[in-house]
Write a protein that binds this ligand. Sequence first.
Ligand code: FAD
Ligand code: SF4
Length: 465
Amino acid sequence: MANMNPKKCPMPVQDPVVRSGNFSEVALGYTYEMAVEEAKRCLHCPKKPCVSGCPVGIDIPAFIQKVAQEDMEGAYAVLSAASTLPAVCGRVCPQENQCEGKCVRGVKGESVAIGRLERFVADWHRQHSEEKPVKPPFNGHRVAVVGSGPSGLTAAGDLAKMGYKVTVYEALHTPGGVLVYGIPEFRLPKDIVRQEIDGLRELGVDVETDIVIGKTLTIDELFEMGNEAVFIGSGAGLPRFMGIPGESLNGVYSANEFLTRINLMKAYRPDSKTPVQHAKRVAVVGGGNVAMDAARCAKRLGAEEVYIVYRRGMEELPARAEEIEHAVEEGIIFKTLSNPIEVLGDEKGMVKGIVCQEMELGEPDASGRRRPVPKEGCTFTLDVDCMIMSIGTSPNPLIRSTTPGLETNRHGCIVTNGDDGLTTREGVYAGGDAVTGAATVILAMGAGKNAAAAIDRYIKGKEQG
Ligand code: FAD
Ligand code: SF4
């Protein structure tokens, strides 16, 4: 019998006051009973609109039905047939714009909590299953993967399952891409990512860290080493700045630098060797997930006041709804319809404030969102001692500049033929943020999956002909 409660079972969370002083996970996860009850809210719609909202096409009603029947391993089998990283996606996917945005229960109430159920099943499997991935027999072909973010890991996993010998080359000292250096521990515990990568190693994938492709080795050298194809999943890690006066003052960070010091190098621990400023008043410029993460990290480092400075309104914030809600609960102050125009410094060259222009919303722009326009004569100063820029990133030009024939567009993104990720170089495929610009984990995974299938077709095609 379906559970007709119009509301989702609430997610247990750490108390906002307590959690804004620690880096432990905010959302604690459903209990077994909560998961089974929530699963009974699914109506098993014959047309499965939720599935069309999932970029990797998980059979959502099928996995939810298994949860309702208390067959958690069966539910995991359905999830893992389509997704390599369900514990990650259950935590960080913008479900409200994807599967849950299409769920019919959302028409007269709240959608089924698909993401929370996905997280529950993946966690349950991790905690209860002893099953180890089985390494398939080597099919005689080698493939190199550049970058160990969700696109690279997905491509590597899918190719390894087909019998390819895959080596992943990662520039940083720890694999995982943004999942490790960007998204904070309180949203995505790093043990989860580590276990997913251990699973790939058990499938026979080699992960080589501290190798920068374009410096340590080139793409051409990867072919000379015996690889028959290369997948580039190098992300979009180059931060953008606004180009306003004062941006080079001490105390101005890119969100990438700030978050990498905290998440990858654990700057919040007393024994950490990387410095990060413990500022009292912090302004984070931007309104996406990255901005929310930077603001909430600054709060956890002890800042008394943390502002999100965003040029559009609350309605237009691009971050996941849950992250905005959690940031508000933790006391982050939203200065919307505000745009910095100058960073002010003191006599020592340290940030002492930012001058902001008040904005209002005009006509919709190309993205369909109303364009922010300056409100004439209206500016204000925000006294802050740290400013974190989170206005977007683009792909690093290193690989393009060292790979003859590899085309990029005017934003520096690698040009591909569309779905299967073939670039302008034979045998070289690409996907994830390196192709789309900064996007989402699940889109990066979808691109890795499509490219793995295309690489298999390419290599098998060469073998036959
Ligand atoms: P990445 O994850 O960026 O991985 C690329 C990897 O390639 C990196 O490890 C990098 O070091 C490596 N690399 C780069 N150049 C080289 C080279 N020359 N040689 C070798 N290795 C190289 N998405 C969501 O869906 N939900 C969220 O809540 C969310 N929050 C986010 C929070 C933050 C702080 C950030 C920064 C992003 C967030 N995103 C979120 C976006 C999401 O994480 C990315 O879209 C996704 O990680 C892209 O995956 P990718 O595999 O393309 O690249
Ligand atoms: Fe279940 Fe919602 Fe999908 Fe319908 S749309 S099958 S109710 S999850």
